[in-house]
Design a protein around this ligand. Structure first.
Ligand code: NAD
Length: 298
């Protein structure tokens, strides 16, 4: 008996990178898998259905069961077709894993609508379209799990305002799905991975990065019946290290009877509320200092 015997799971962006590793691991653990991939370049252009078909062939060659779906997650019809593929082929949908993603990096002051819209559409709307369709079926089944893919970039990133905003949106979407679907026995969780893929090709090599296959067992576990108590969680994973983010809560308050004046706020805020610097700012300052040293030396 395998961990996921009898379960039907749809994985978006399953043709390459992390999604592919997830689809292969789910199938190896007994799940029947919808392999969705629009088969695009890193920037979201040039679609091809061959990418999803190739992973289905890999799963079948290993003795597993899978079907391909080459829809884009960016439309409501695309999201619905992914879930419908599972219902038609396997008669149920136990989990959706929304991995599909693209990148269009620009500094905020150079970012156009043509960079913003497709990134938000693929990540944030593309998670919504699939969650929307799956949640309706799972509500009837009174079981199921929704898994979103965020990124450490949701906490802030230099040239990725579009991507960071989409990934922050996915965190809130997952948390809202966890809250809204709780009464129907449906869970929702999020993964912030780090892995060597074409998407991380530009990241400096001294940064420690695991493999896509390292991420897959966490998804397999979250889909399994062993994880039914977990919902509203954000997990990080890189190689052999799994972490969990804190729940967003107000950490300190200051109060007075009535309304504050700006002067009163200025006098009290540093002492009473404190100021926690964004960790990424230290790295940015160090990089700027190193660049200035290099320029001075040349
Ligand atoms: N690799 C990392 O270190 C890392 C870090 C943080 C977050 N992530 C997230 O993990 C996910 C997977 O990333 P990856 O590194 O494996 O990237 P990848 O580029 O290797 O794979 C992404 C897949 O999504 C597919 N896709 C793109 N647009 C689609 C659409 N509209 N509909 C369906 N499929 C579509 C692509 O064709 C591609 O096969 C992404 O959401 C990414 O943002 C990755």
């Amino acid at each position: 008996m395998s961990m996921l015997d009898g379960k039907a799971v749809a994985v978006t962006g399953a043709g390459r990178g992390i999604g592919r590793a997830v689809a292969l691991d789910l199938a190896a653990n007994g799940a029947q898998v919808v392999v969705n991939d629009y088969g695009v370049a890193v920037d979201g252009t040039s679609p091809s259905s061959e990418v999803a078909n190739a992973v289905v062939r890999e799963i079948e060659a290993a003795g597993g069961k899978a079907i391909a779906n080459a829809s884009s997650v960016t439309t409501m019809q695309g999201g619905a077709s992914i879930v419908q593929s599972a219902l038609d082929a396997f008669g149920r949908i136990d989990a959706v894993v929304c991995v599909a993603g693209i990148l269009r990096e620009r500094m905020l002051f150079n970012m156009g609508e043509e960079d913003w819209d497709p990134v938000i559409a693929t990540h944030l709307k593309g998670t919504f379209t699939v969650f929307r369709a799956a949640s309706a079926a799972m509500r009837e089944q009174k079981s199921g799990t929704l898994i979103g893919f965020t990124s450490g970039a949701f906490a802030g990133s230099v040239a990725q305002a579009n991507y960071s905003a989409a990934k922050g949106g996915i965190v809130s979407l997952v948390r809202s799905a966890a809250a809204g679907m709780h009464r129907y026995g449906v869970t929702a969780n999020c993964i912030a991975p780090v892995a060597k893929t074409r998407m991380t090709g530009a990241v400096p090599m001294d940064f420690q990065m695991g493999e896509p296959e390292d991420v897959a067992p966490l998804v397999t576990y979250l889909v399994s019946d062993r994880a039914r108590h977990l919902t509203g969680q954000i997990y990080s994973i890189n190689g052999g290290e799994i972490g969990v983010y804190n729940q967003p809560v107000v950490v300190r308050t200051m109060s007075k009877p009535g309304r504050w004046t700006p002067e009163e706020i200025a006098t009290r805020i540093d002492g009473d509320l404190g100021f926690e610097r964004m960790p990424i700012l230290d790295m940015i300052d160090q990089m700027a200092a190193a660049a200035a040293r290099k320029k001075g030396a040349s």
